[in-house]
Design a protein around this ligand. Structure first.
Ligand code: ADP
Ligand code: MG
Length: 288
């Protein structure tokens, strides 16, 4: 499968009209380069309905492995709906129905034989508002490995918990109080705890639905750094209402409008040389 990949891993993709730090260096229209990258998640002609109301219309989208793909677009355009198709969270939404194809590693996520619990271990999710369980910091992270039977001994479990906390940069901040409630942490720490909880089950894909929108700028910067590190090991699909954030952390961007995918491609190209007028209007703040 052929998709395009950023030529540089720079997070400096700049959009004209966006208040970003640093000057706009891009002099020439950015062209996309075609490089072979494995596709992790693939949607074809995906339609989603809530009762009679159609929320997504014929979405065709390839999400490449080990990159951050940002989903942007005005409120209500279907970003969260798309995200919830990938780990079948829409299954539990009453009246929600989907048509079309959604594949993870080339296999239909909606096939009958699929084990949804196993799918949700492979496709982790982080929500807008940090939602630690009413348990200790340790038990929050140990929860997934316990229910999925990933650790046979206490020391294996300790290793998974400590490793996951370390990965999110939280360990040094909490190592002397692992028994305290997760809810005792600051908002940014709670969100990193939720990310540690998600990665403790060794997922392949992490879905993030506006993971920073409840956080202050410092906590946001910390999470953005973490997302950039995590893409080495995971495929990340992130909804954000902040175009600056999409430009800073993603390699690819998909722009949704009124339930349709208007355009997707390299983030740098989308923000400097969009093909569609609607994309240009949205990124320059003409609507949204
Ligand atoms: P976004 O995340 O881009 O803001 P959503 O995916 O939440 O958009 O919503 C897309 C459309 O689907 C909206 O019109 C919204 O009102 C509708 N929708 C979302 N969730 C539900 C639900 N549980 N029941 C009915 N309609 C819903
Ligand atoms: Mg949403």
């Amino acid at each position: 499968m052929l998709v395009t990949r950023s030529r540089s891993d720079s997070v400096q993709a700049l959009a004209p009209g966006l208040a970003m730090t640093g000057p706009v260096k891009m002099q020439h229209p950015v062209q996309e380069t075609s490089v072979e990258v494995p596709v992790k998640v693939k949607a074809r002609n995906l339609n989603v309905f809530y009762g009679e109301k159609q929320a997504l219309f014929g979405i065709d989208l390839d999400i490449p492995s080990n990159q951050v793909t940002a989903l942007i677009g005005p409120s209500g355009c279907g970003k969260s709906t798309f995200l919830r198709c990938v780990n079948r969270m829409n299954d539990v939404v009453k009246g929600c129905r989907m048509e079309g194809l959604l594949e993870l590693d080339g296999k239909d996520v909606y096939r009958e034989s699929l084990d949804v619990v196993n799918l949700r271990a492979r496709v982790g999710m982080v929500f807008q508002k940090p939602n630690p369980f009413p348990k200790s910091i340790y038990d929050n992270v140990a929860y997934g490995p316990r229910i999925h039977g990933l650790a046979e001994t206490r020391s294996e479990l300790d290793e998974l918990v400590i490793g996951s906390l370390e990965r999110t940069g939280l360990l040094e901040e909490v190592e002397d109080r692992l028994g305290e409630p997760g809810t005792s942490l600051s908002g940014g720490q709670q969100q990193r705890l939720c990310i540690a909880r998600a990665i403790a089950v060794k997922p392949q894909v992490i879905l993030m639905d506006e993971p920073c929108s409840a956080l202050d700028p410092i906590a946001t910067a910390r999470i953005e750094e973490l997302i950039d590190e995590l893409r080495q090991s995971y495929t990340i699909l992130m909804v954000t209402h902040s175009m600056q954030q999409a430009a800073r952390v993603s390699q690819r961007t998909a722009f949704f409008h009124l339930g349709k995918l208007v355009e997707d491609g390299e983030t740098e190209r989308i923000f400097t040389n969009p093909r569609e007028t609607r994309t240009q209007d949205y990124i320059s703040g003409r609507f949204g």
